[in-house]
Ligand binder design. Structure first.
Ligand code: FE2
Length: 175
């Protein structure tokens, strides 16, 4: 028995057209994120001679994108990730103390959840684009958890630096 509440079943072609329209109506537009010298400063991070530039904070997914740069040899403490990290090498050389390979310009590094590693850069320094998911857990020499850094930790690191140096917070960095 049919009622007025029943909806007509659309054809496959009608659904396809509806999906195209829904995409046009609800998609998020492409956008550019200003993140150059003037709009996202190099901020000291991790240790002597190491700097981070924030490109994107995605608080819904606990994800962020950065450039990490060192001037010569530098090291980031031993840490573990709970989710995946990808690092694309733009310049220089770098690796982890725990492995014998070295990443150079053009190399992509996958960091796997659960692995513990200690990042270092070579004598020429490094410039690497990282997309980080989840937190970094830093461990001391006795394997005790010493620090946890998630997207909110990095947001605070960025905002506090801006406040201390009278730099406007670039809200376009938030995804
Ligand atoms: Fe890592």
């Amino acid at each position: 028995m049919s009622t007025e509440l029943e909806m007509a079943v659309p054809s496959a072609e009608e659904v396809a057209a509806q999906v195209v329209q829904a995409t046009l109506d609800y998609q998020v537009e492409d956008r550019i994120v200003p993140a150059g010298d003037e709009t996202s400063p190099w901020i000291p991070y991790g240790g002597p001679g190491m700097y981070i530039r924030f490109l994107m904070f995605d608080v819904r997914r606990g994800r962020f994108a950065v450039l990490l740069r060192t001037e010569g040899e530098a090291e980031l403490g031993r840490h573990k990730h709970r989710l995946q990290v990808d690092g694309f090498t733009l310049a220089g050389s770098w690796g982890y103390r725990e492995y014998d390979w070295v990443a150079k310009a053009g190399d992509l590094v996958h960091e796997s959840p659960g692995a513990i590693h200690t990042l270092y850069s070579g004598p020429e320094g490094m410039l690497v684009y990282f997309v980080v998911e989840g937190q970094l857990e830093f461990f001391d020499e006795n394997d005790n958890l010493a620090d946890t850094q998630d997207v909110f930790w990095f947001i605070n690191h960025y905002v506090q630096y801006c406040k201390a140096h009278q730099i406007p917070v670039n809200t376009q960095l938030w995804d």
